[in-house]
Write a protein that binds this ligand. Structure first.
Ligand code: PBG
Length: 338
């Protein structure tokens, strides 16, 4: 990009403010636009009758299956192409070996089936492939002697992906950061006849403080305790390493890649998009939502404007789609503002 620059002339002949004078002209020269089609709506599902607010994510609820079905229908009406589902797994279903992840009647599978039955193919369903909702220790992988094991975890993830595909999930999204998991998942999906299920790999996922509200919503924060995920998620100091992660995942068969968090990784989003030219997703994670939301709820910033600006910046950096808890609200603002 920008291997040449057009001559810009100089003042007073050139006045860049000319094209900023009118709202219609600013719209006409806007280089980046946002539409509901750019958004993916992450949704928490739990095994209760009623919705329950997530305290650290004001405006976001844990929904019962019926609520997710309604939300999926709302996504369709709002023009949001896909939802990403995250199950709140009860303590009784968490174990050291995460075996409940493979149960075809677990909460996430029942939810996927219910949603598919209602909205059919009009809204895509994305499911995380990761063990953390199911492990009693809160890690994304199996543990032995305090170490998160790579290869045995990958073997389990490959089976979890097939279980999710059987339930009706359209896109599996490995978010665990184990090495080699994309290849293993692609192979097990193909061997089971699921050639057309897409893989959206969380390719460049940083060990971030901004996942806090998500882990609280899922109950994995309590399970994880003081532990962190730095032996598998990336060091925020590194960007070239993110390109290696992406290139490996693509070689292993990822259809789309994700960078996460978004606002602290705009340089990475940019480099990924411009290096590989593949569908690039960015996740505006729970902590990013919480920061904007809290400042807005306190009257310190204009929430609508700050949200739109944050999403525009992520898009401008090169994201093709953005996972954001603001998705339904933003899509509603867009239809209001024409
Ligand atoms: C699970 C997972 C996490 C997120 C998405 N999938 C948390 C984590 O890795 O600890 C974070 C999303 C968010 O903060 O909104 N592997």
């Amino acid at each position: 990009m920008n291997s040449f620059l057009p001559p810009t002339g100089s003042f007073p002949t050139t006045r860049l403010r000319r094209t900023r004078q009118h709202a219609w002209l600013r719209r006409a020269v806007a280089e980046t636009t946002l539409s509901p089609a750019d958004l993916v709506w992450p949704i928490f599902v739990h095994d209760h009758e009623a919705s329950e607010p997530v305290p650290s994510l004001p405006g976001v609820d844990r929904l019962p299956i019926e609520g997710v079905v309604k939300a999926a229908d709302e996504a369709r009406r709002l023009g949001i192409p896909a939802i990403a589902l995250f199950p709140v797994v009860t303590l009784g279903h968490k174990s050291d070996d995460a075996e409940h992840a493979l149960d075809p009647n677990n909460l996430i599978c029942r939810t996927v089936r219910a949603v598919k039955q209602t909205v059919g193919d009009s809204v895509g369903i994305i499911c995380d492939v990761a063990l953390d909702p199911y492990t009693s220790h809160g890690h994304d992988g199996l543990i032995r002697d305090g170490r998160v094991l790579n290869d045995p975890t990958v073997a389990l993830l490959a089976r979890q992906a097939v279980v999710l595909a059987q339930a009706g999930c359209d896109i599996v999204a490995p978010s665990d950061m184990m090495d080699g998991r994309v290849a293993a998942i692609r192979q097990s999906l193909d061997e089971s006849g699921w050639h057309d299920i897409c893989i959206l790999s969380y390719a460049a996922k940083y060990a971030s403080a901004l996942y806090g509200p998500f882990r609280a919503a899922l109950g994995s924060a309590a399970a994880l305790g003081m532990a962190d995920k730095k032996t598998y998620q990336m060091d925020p100091a590194n960007a070239s390493e993110a390109l290696r992660e992406v290139s490996l995942d693509l070689a292993e068969g990822a259809d789309m890649v994700m960078v996460k968090p978004a606002m602290t990784s705009l340089d990475v989003i940019y480099r990924v998009k411009h290096t590989f030219g593949v569908p690039t997703f960015a996740y505006q994670v729970s902590g990013e939502y919480a920061m904007i939301r809290a400042a807005s709820d306190n009257g310190w910033i204009d929430g609508e404007k700050a949200t739109m600006e944050s999403l525009l910046a992520i898009k401008r950096a090169g994201a093709d789609a953005i996972l954001t808890y603001f998705a339904p609200e933003v899509a509603r603002w867009m239809s209001k503002n024409g």
